[in-house]
Write a protein that binds this ligand. Structure first.
Ligand code: COA
Length: 379
């Protein structure tokens, strides 16, 4: 008993350094985020999602030629194998898209041509298929549920524009292309967050890449992680207009309820991703006659900051950005997943390259040495 009592439990593993990575660095004190050394503020609005996937995987920015080649390779993998489309059709219409995505990734794993090959070359092939196919799963699911024909990817678009195109059936406007690239770029990686840690734990058992991604999707689904963006939109729609914001938020805070899209385990100042998304939220809400949604968001931000000293995180303004692009709230977290697949894969490859089984220990709080009573004598 004495040995177990001496163990110090770090709840939520806060502050525990559990891996080495060069993929991204979150500077929570100064509110900065770096991808492979590049400050997100310098690259966010100047790069496409595919450029960032390339950067996170190959640790350097691509030349124009390398990017074009990479785009062709990825876009050629975007179509889903027909068993996955059939599986999507079988899912109950009210099942959550994140639950469907998690299941579809599992389905992909059993029909992947490299299913039983865990070599580095096979893993990179799987990586390309996963980052290409996950946006298509989301777009196809949406169209199946709307009883609309599926759209094939356009080889002239990258991942983000193809995602809007395949979901909506009409090519995106330039501002939407920029907004979707920005959204996906800003969600691409974020240190050792809960879903990335999940992916690394699964990888550390030398399990396969699809298992790690399916597990990561499951972790991201929760409202304390990626699921917060859907909750933000539901809150805005429930409040309805800017006049009701003050009373609603004050009552939430008085009742010690959490305001979704606020707070962060690492940032003590503003989340740098929120700043870029705030700008696009204002722009897109204005362009789509939904200025009130931006005004409500801004009002909520001021109240929560004043009363609790807490800043919005990436999920807060990504909700209105996605809503203004016509994405239904229940799909918001799947967009986060499609983007974070880039980072998950970079971490999975880092883990494979320098693996040690991740197996922490626990502090036992139960009893020891209880006398065994055979079932015939138990009362
Ligand atoms: C992200 C989150 C889980 C981080 O939690 P954490 O590091 O464990 O922080 P804590 O739960 O210890 O919170 C510290 C304090 O801030 C408060 N707080 C944190 N987030 C809050 C929020 N969103 N709304 C209201 N209060 C919040 C807590 O109540 C606590 O206050 P107290 O000390 O008076 O009890 C948390 O901020 C949260 O639940 N946010 C809402 C969900 C969300 O947006 N998730 C997406 C993250 S990118």
């Amino acid at each position: 008993m004495a040995e177990t009592q001496e163990k110090v439990v770090v709840r939520g593993l806060e502050g525990v350094v559990a891996a080495e990575t060069s993929t991204s660095y979150v500077d929570g004190v100064h509110g900065r985020l770096y991808y492979q050394g590049y400050d997100i503020n310098d690259i966010a609005e100047k790069t496409t999602f595919l450029e960032i996937v390339y950067l996170l995987w190959y640790r350097k920015l691509p030349t124009r030629e390398a990017l074009n080649r990479f785009r062709s390779e990825i876009v050629s993998e975007m179509r889903l194998p027909s068993p996955v489309v059939e599986m999507l059709k079988l899912t109950p219409p009210n099942s959550h898209p994140m639950a469907v995505l998690r299941s579809a990734v599992s389905m992909l794993s059993v029909i992947d041509p490299d299913a039983n090959d865990v070599s580095e070359e096979a893993n990179w092939r799987k990586a390309k298929r996963l980052v290409a196919q996950i946006p298509t799963i989301i777009a196809d699911l949406h169209r199946i549920r709307k009883k609309k024909p599926l759209i094939s990817p356009d080889p002239n678009f990258g991942i983000s524009s193809n995602f809007i195109y395949m979901m909506r059936g009409a090519p995106p406007e330039e501002v939407e292309m920029n907004a979707m690239d920005l959204t996906m770029v800003l969600h691409a990686d974020h240190g050792l967050n809960a879903s990335t840690f999940t992916a690394r734990v699964i990888t550390s058992t030398l399990s396969d890449m699809h298992s790690a991604i399916a597990g990561a999707v499951g972790a991201l689904k929760g409202p304390l992680h990626g699921g917060a963006n859907q909750k933000v939109m539901e809150m805005l729609l429930e409040i309805g207009n800017a006049d009701k914001v003050q009373e609603y938020i004050e009552s939430m805070l008085e009742n010690k309820k959490r305001i979704m899209g606020f707070g962060h385990r690492v940032y003590r100042v503003e989340d740098p991703r929120a700043r870029h998304l705030r700008k696009y939220s204002e722009l897109l809400c204005g362009m789509t006659d939904q200025k009130h949604l931006y005004e409500m968001s801004h009002k909520i931000e001021n109240i929560v900051l004043k009363q609790k000293g807490i800043y919005p995180n990436v999920d807060f303004y990504s909700a209105t950005v996605q809503h203004a692009m016509g994405i239904p709230p229940e799909y918001f977290t799947t967009v986060f997943a499609a983007s974070r697949t880039a980072g998950w894969i970079a971490h999975i490859m880092e883990q494979y390259a320098d693996n040690r089984l991740i197996r922490p220990t626990s502090k036992y709080t139960g009893e020891l040495g209880l006398p065994f009573v055979p079932i015939t004598d138990r009362k």
